[in-house]
Design a binder for this molecule. Structure first.
Ligand SMILES: [Zn+2]
Length: 115
């Protein structure tokens, strides 16, 4: 006669209420917000899409309220800066670069909580 003994296993499951995060319509990293919430002390960083090599990020609380003292920041795609900065640029290229930066700064200012 064979006796089968079933071992019990205990699983620990973290159960917490996932907060509803208010996200601007231009945000491209919504899927990462909940995962990053604990690491960012409850603040949420919203990243825009890169346009012409530039993007911007704003920081809010979960409810979408801007975090005081956290102005928008501008990001430049890595491939945009090194070669141009180290090798020098033409006046036309510098002007285009400056206009691109200005455009993303103006866009970021529309969504920035200010300084
Ligand atoms: Zn977002």
């Amino acid at each position: 006669m064979t006796t089968t003994t079933r071992q019990s296993t205990t699983y620990l499951v973290a159960a917490a209420t996932v907060p509803e995060i208010v996200c601007p319509d231009w945000c491209t990293n919504q899927a990462l917000h909940v995962e990053c919430l604990a690491d960012n002390d409850g603040e949420v960083s919203h990243d825009s899409a890169f346009v012409d090599g530039f993007s911007y990020t704003t920081v809010t609380f979960v409810d979408g309220t801007p975090v005081p003292g956290r102005p928008a920041t501008i990001y430049v795609e890595e491939c945009r800066m090194p070669g141009r900065m180290l090798d020098g640029v033409t006046v036309d290229a510098a002007e285009t670069f400056a206009r691109q930066i200005l455009r993303v700064v103006e866009e970021a200012n529309k969504h920035s909580p200010g300084t």
